[in-house]
Write a protein that binds this ligand. Structure first.
Ligand code: ADP
Ligand code: MG
Length: 512
């Protein structure tokens, strides 16, 4: 019997099924991994990203690269999601996670070609992951050196040559603050990254409001006010009837006296730094200057709050509320300028609030330093919180790979083959580290296997001269969470991709 064909999809919808769908998906995942591969590790290269408007970003950061490139393939987007999750959960390890995911899929493709069913492969991968997570405990290190964690995260970034300074700042900033979000970052052009520093509070981009005001003060007492310092603004426009010229004079004199009294009330209460969220009247500024008070106007609310936090001052709304107890204190304040950026520097507040000033000669450089700083501060805080780390340089991946391959040989059947595929995929990390360092990956992997079969479980790639070396002796460490999360998301995503055997795409709206 001949029937009419039944259309269940709109015209223009395309469909890929079975192996075509799988191999296209795997190709997309491999392409994403390929895009970031060369950036892995201390010897990794940078990428220059240019967007439609011609803006340029130069970066070595996997997450940033993947965020910026415009990708439309749905599977590629899933891989990019790994990088985002990795970044959110552990601040680092994005490139590694993407590389492992791509590699797992690549190895599994060979199994699909051998007609092993994707469901069987996925079961094997899942078993493998459970084993890896358990096995990871064998590599735990509990003797934690935050400085080395920071330095490992900074290695290979633009910040590398300044990693002593930046790592110091990083650890200091994390120790000073409860939440990473409380670390304020100020970027200034000029100088070198080595001039970066950590200071209690900064007011950025603000010049003192009168040139005769002092530029530096010892033990300043700070008043914070969030309303205008000027003649009271009446709510309603008032008309003042003046009938003879002496009245004008008297009126102005009264106004001037009021403003002078306003300035003096700060002086009486011993405040010598005044930060005002609104404007300050010229006459008040003049009197402030005469009284030796350093005042800033139009300070942002965030800065006001940060100063309040650091100095113990209360933000007042009315000069009448000014008392000694509303004031906050610092050890020192100084008006400085960095390049053409005027900055009021306040140091030694009674509560620690942390501003990090990152410096460098160009905007691109400072921004890349900031990304490196963010990563490093992130891993330092993760390491501090979790208090468990691992040796880096591909050592853990190499060790896990060996044990999983061994373990898989006891697993009968095809699931075992998937576990071997996963084990092989883990080697992509040390191998890529070696490749990117210009070393011969075959020689390096042989040396690494030898070391691990001799029980040297902390041996990784010596990227400087080649050969396997105990990464502890080089001080290369990373939080356990970074590796654990990378393994989880790589395997989970690979499973998700492998389970797809049908891609149905609706017609693109704006297809030319
Ligand atoms: P990711 O985005 O995955 O963090 P990175 O480019 O930051 O990628 O590289 C991280 C890898 O580089 C980690 O495996 C880490 O152990 C390794 N690594 C860092 N410093 C060294 C070093 N001095 N020697 C060898 N490997 C290192
Ligand atoms: Mg990193």
């Amino acid at each position: 019997m001949q029937g009419q064909p039944v259309f269940i999809m709109q015209q223009g919808t395309t469909q890929e099924q079975g192996k075509t769908a799988q191999s296209n998906n795997i190709a997309a995942a491999k392409a994403v991994a390929q895009a970031v591969r060369t950036t892995l590790g201390p010897m990794g290269m940078d990428k220059m990203l240019v967007d439609e408007s011609g803006d340029v970003i130069i970066t070595n950061d996997g997450a940033t690269i993947l965020e910026e490139i415009d990708i439309s393939h749905p599977t590629a987007k899933m891989i990019i999601q790994i990088a985002k999750t990795q970044e959110q959960e552990c601040y680092d390890g994005t490139t590694s996670a993407v590389i492992v995911a791509g590699e797992v899929l690549k190895k599994c493709e060979a199994l699909i070609d051998q007609n092993i069913h994707p469901t069987t492969i996925c079961r094997g991968l899942r078993k493998g992951l459970v084993y890896l997570i358990k096995k990871l405990e064998d590599y735990e290190i509990h003797d934690i050196d935050l400085d080395k964690i920071a330095k490992t995260a900074l290695t290979g970034k633009s910040a590398d040559s300044f990693k002593d300074v930046i790592a110091d700042i990083c650890v200091g900033a994390v120790m000073n603050t409860e939440n990473l979000e409380d670390i304020r970052i100020t970027k200034a052009l000029g100088g070198s990254a080595a001039d970066s520093e950590i200071i209690v509070v900064f007011i950025i981009d603000k010049e003192r409001s009168h040139p005769a005001m002092p530029t530096s003060l010892r033990k300043p007492l700070v008043a914070l006010i969030d309303s205008t310092l000027g003649v009271k603004q009446t709510e309603i426009d008032a008309n003042i009837q003046i009938t003879d010229p002496t009245q004008i004079e008297a009126f102005l004199a009264k106004e001037e006296a009021e403003l002078q009294a306003m300035a003096e009330s700060f002086h009486k209460n011993k405040a010598n730094v005044v930060l005002c969220q609104r404007e300050i009247d010229d006459l008040v500024k003049y009197h402030f200057a005469k009284l030796g008070i350093l005042a800033l106007e139009k300070v942002t609310k965030t800065d006001m709050e940060a100063v309040a936090m650091a100095s113990g001052a209360t933000i007042i709304n009315n000069v009448k509320d000014l008392t000694g107890t509303a004031l906050g204190s610092f050890d020192h304040t100084e008006q400085i300028s960095l390049g053409d950026l005027p900055i009021l520097k306040l140091t030694g507040g009674k509560n620690e609030a942390t501003t990090v000033l990152l410096r460098g000669p160009t905007t691109h450089f400072v921004e890349e330093i900031e990304r490196a700083f963010d990563d490093a501060a992130g891993v330092v805080s993760v390491a501090q919180r979790d208090s468990v780390i691992l040796a880096g340089g591909g050592s853990t991946y190499a060790g896990l790979s060996g044990s999983l391959a061994n373990h898989a040989s006891q697993e009968a059947g095809r699931q075992g083959m998937a576990m071997v595929a996963l084990a092989d995929a883990l080697e992509s990390i040390p191998r890529t580290l070696a490749e990117n360092a210009g070393l011969d990956p075959v020689d390096e992997m042989m040396a690494l296997h030898k070391a691990h079969s001799d029980g040297k479980k902390y041996h990784g790639i010596n990227i400087e001269v080649g050969g396997a070396i105990d990464m502890r002796s080089l001080g290369v460490f990373e939080p356990k969470r970074v590796v654990e999360q990378a393994l989880k998301s790589a395997v989970e995503t690979a499973i998700m991709v492998l389970r797809i055997d049908d891609i149905i795409s609706s017609k693109q709206k704006n297809q030319g």
